[in-house]
Design a protein around this ligand. Structure first.
Ligand code: ACO
Length: 342
């Protein structure tokens, strides 16, 4: 890949140290499609309710033997191909996920094995739907500090394993998939201009999975009580999502001295079309600035903005030199935003 020039002189680079470029992106979604019509046969719902309340038409569901690490590895190989990076070059792998293959070892180690990235250190980050932005910022720190030259950042989820398929309040919302990015320092280039992260543990109960941890280990009773499925208070989560995504996006823009009109493409977490529209409105963005693929994939949590970023790049919606704002919100509560010069 030829080095790119920093083409937006008004945008301020907010990091200490050498610049961190996004050298390549990639994504993967499973082939099985679950439509709203399919869900009508599983719970008391309708295509009309799902579409008008969420904007989702269909979502992808991983095959039985297809795990989070498999989807992560597929997305990674595509990002590595775009960046022209081999497995041996990767110094660090960070996987953001709330659906690891198993409690331990971490999914990043399983991805390392699948890629043959023998030199890489590997760990997971758990920040729910904000996970990819958290991981991006962590990865960026290793590049700007000159600790590592090549970092692979992944958001990957097999949410279909923690969705209660008898609960219409949640089962219509989620899907499976993975997205990845290769971070490097490239001559004369800027990628990540800033990243902000935030959290509010006081609202941890709005969206959580009670079973499977040290508080409620798996027992026959915990399984019978359906504690190994996610639970969400939708309305409160919605309100917090709009507020947190707006706040994080504003802060990221401020740190780069940018106005929303200078952003070519806004990539919001794909949870609900009404959340995306409300955040866009508050930011003063035009609808054409917002990237949406929620209708096809639903909410893929940590994979959401990573898949959308890849689709925006590969579809030509984002061109070299364009400014991109990514913003997410999730369980924790957590939130984050980043500005990338592509
Ligand atoms: N089909 C039909 N009816 C339904 C369905 C369904 N699938 N789901 C809920 N309903 C019913 C409810 O039972 C309720 O009926 P009632 O009034 O008789 O009790 C009615 O529809 C309205 O429910 P509300 O909760 O008021 O619907 P709302 O407009 O708030 O939409 C939704 C619900 C889509 C969940 C919304 O609140 C939302 O998107 N919340 C945010 C989710 C989110 O952003 N999550 C992000 C983080 S995800 C992560 O971190 C993993």
């Amino acid at each position: 890949m030829t080095p790119k020039k920093f083409t937006n002189p008004r945008a301020k680079h907010n990091f200490q140290g050498r610049p961190c470029s996004v050298a390549g992106v990639g994504s993967y979604v499973p082939s099985r499609v679950l439509t709203n019509a399919d869900l009508e046969k599983m719970v008391e719902t309708s295509d009309d309710w799902i579409l008008t309340r969420t904007g989702i038409r269909e979502r992808r569901i991983a095959a039985e033997g297809e795990f989070t690490s498999d989807m992560a590895a597929m997305a990674s190989q595509r990002a590595m191909a775009m960046a022209g990076v081999t497995a041996e070059q990767i110094d660090l792998i960070i996987v953001a996920t709330i659906t690891p293959d198993m409690p331990f070892p971490n999914t990043a180690c399983l991805v390392q094995r699948k890629l043959g990235a023998k030199r890489a250190a590997a760990f997971d980050v758990e920040a729910a739907c904000s996970g990819f932005i958290y991981a991006l910022e962590i990865g960026q720190q290793f590049i700007t500090s000159r600790t590592y030259n090549t970092v692979l950042v992944i958001g990957a989820e097999k949410l279909s394993t923690i969705v209660d398929w008898t609960d219409r309040n949640t089962c219509v919302l989620f899907g499976d998939g993975a997205g990845a990015a290769i971070l490097q320092n490239r001559e004369n280039s800027h990628g990540l201009l800033t990243a902000v992260m935030g959290a509010d543990g006081n609202n941890a109960d709005l969206l959580f999975m009670p079973g499977g941890g040290s508080q409620c280990p798996a027992t026959a009773d915990s399984v019978a009580a359906r504690q190994h499925y996610l639970r969400m208070t939708g309305k409160e989560t919605f309100k917090n999502a709009v507020q947190a995504m707006y706040g994080a996006a504003k802060e990221a823009l401020k740190q780069c001295d940018l106005d929303i009109s200078q952003i070519k493409c806004i990539i919001p977490h794909q949870a609900n079309q009404r959340i995306i529209d409300a955040v866009g409105d508050r930011l003063g963005a035009k609808p054409e600035q917002l990237f949406v693929n929620l209708d096809r994939y639903g909410n893929t949590s940590a994979a959401s903005v990573a898949i959308a970023l890849d689709e925006a790049v590969t579809s030509g919606r984002i061109q070299r030199g364009d400014l991109v704002l990514i913003v997410a919100f999730g369980a924790g509560l957590t939130w984050g935003a980043a500005v990338i010069e592509w």
